[in-house]
Write a protein that binds this ligand. Structure first.
Ligand SMILES: Nc1ncnc2c1ncn2[C@@H]1O[C@H](COP(=O)(O)OP(=O)(O)OP(=O)(O)O)[C@@H](O)[C@H]1O
Length: 352
């Protein structure tokens, strides 16, 4: 389970944000959160390609240090381009990744690839490290051992987008904490208010359309505290998929979703699952525009989400990938771990 809360994707130009008027959302938000200290540490105002916004609450020091890592020198972040035959479409690769928290070994040699155009699910028992994998991919956590390659370049920490081979990665966290002091409109439109030249009335319109796409109407002026848990989740999702047609530099290319449908009713789950599909480059987004997300990764326990929103699955168990297959193979697999998980049986190799 992730410790951070839902965030907007934030391909962040601190310079842009800082150069806005003092009444900007950024200023209002930063003034009241730990986010401020993060920016204070980023005096070079470099643009972050692979970034996730830490929420104003439960922002843990470990995550904070990972974000601060972004301020380190470029040479520390990227190493030599690794050539690999037949892997030209690989956007993200985890290679033999290890991660422990104190004495607790969580990841124990995780290796897998995400290719361009893929819709990948990470599944596995609770506490097995799925969210940890997402955070490592996003650069919020640094592996103890092993490597993460982004478009063939080894990454340590976050990637700056002045690197040609960078990849904009958005992360939608499991729990839907929004910026409490901002309205739904401001939360969803955060990126556009801060980074685009779109006039306010147009942003409002886009926010409205995007909210309608996740099944929410008439909530623009509400504060997050006035919404149900499921509504907050959908607002957070809207925030992660909103974009400015005239400027694609703020859009993510890969989206990572951590349990996007947990706690939603079945119909709301379907809305979210279809939305996740629709922003994929193969389809059309909920506003009828061509999808712009090259690939996405979903951590989920929900069967409906696996069936509806995912093409390929990787199964994480005891810190390793123990099975990979297409979604339709999940229920017919002869792997006893997968069989037990798919059936929910108490008998089998997975013990609680
Ligand atoms: N920052 C952290 N500090 C200490 N322990 C952590 C931290 N983050 C995760 N863990 C621990 O690592 C283990 C894996 O957590 P993680 O959230 O990645 O699991 P998960 O597979 O996503 O679980 P779930 O399916 O329940 O959401 C858990 O035991 C968790 O308590």
């Amino acid at each position: 389970m992730v410790s951070l809360s839902t965030n907007p994707f934030f391909s962040l130009t601190t310079q842009n944000a800082a150069s806005r008027s003092s009444s900007s959302l950024y200023s209002r938000f930063a003034a009241s959160t730990k986010f401020n200290s993060f920016h204070a540490n980023n005096k070079d105002h470099r643009k972050v390609v692979c970034a996730c916004v830490a929420p104003p609450t439960n922002f843990k020091s470990e995550d904070s240090s990972a974000l601060r890592f972004n301020g380190s020198s470029k040479s520390e972040q990227l190493s030599t381009l690794r050539e690999q035959d037949g892997d030209s479409d690989v956007l993200i690769e985890c290679r033999d990744v290890y991660k422990s928290f104190g004495e607790k070994k969580i990841l124990n040699g995780v290796s897998f690839k995400i290719r361009h155009g893929e819709a990948v699910g990470i599944i596995g028992p609770s506490g097995t490290g799925k969210s940890t994998v997402l955070k490592i991919i996003a650069g919020l956590l640094i592996p103890d051992k092993g490597e993460v390659y982004i478009r063939g370049r080894k990454r340590v920490g976050l990637v700056s987008d002045d690197e040609l081979h960078g990849l904009r990665i958005g992360l939608v966290f499991q729990s839907a904490a929004l910026f409490d002091s901002l309205t739904v409109r401001e939360n969803v439109g955060f990126l556009l208010y801060e980074h685009s030249s779109m006039p306010e009335d147009q942003i409002s319109e886009v926010v409205k359309e995007t909210l309608a796409a996740v099944g929410l109407k008439g909530v623009e002026n509400r504060l997050p505290s006035e919404l149900s848990g499921g509504m907050k989740k959908r607002v957070a999702l809207a925030r992660s998929i909103i974009y400015d047609n005239s400027k694609d530099s703020i859009e993510p290319e890969v989206l990572l979703y951590d349990e996007p449908t947990a706690g939603l009713d079945p119909i709301a789950s379907t809305v979210v699952e279809d939305l996740i599909r629709s922003v994929h480059i193969k389809g059309q987004d909920a506003r009828g525009k061509p999808g712009n997300i090259a690939s996405y990764v979903v951590v989920t326990h929900q069967h409906s989400t696996i069936k509806r929103a995912i093409d390929r699955l990787v199964f994480l168990h005891k810190g390793k990938i123990v099975w990979e297959g297409m979604t339709h193979e999940f229920t017919t697999s002869t792997n006893p771990i997968v069989q037990q998980f798919a059936s929910g049986s108490l008998e089998g190799p997975i013990k609680y």
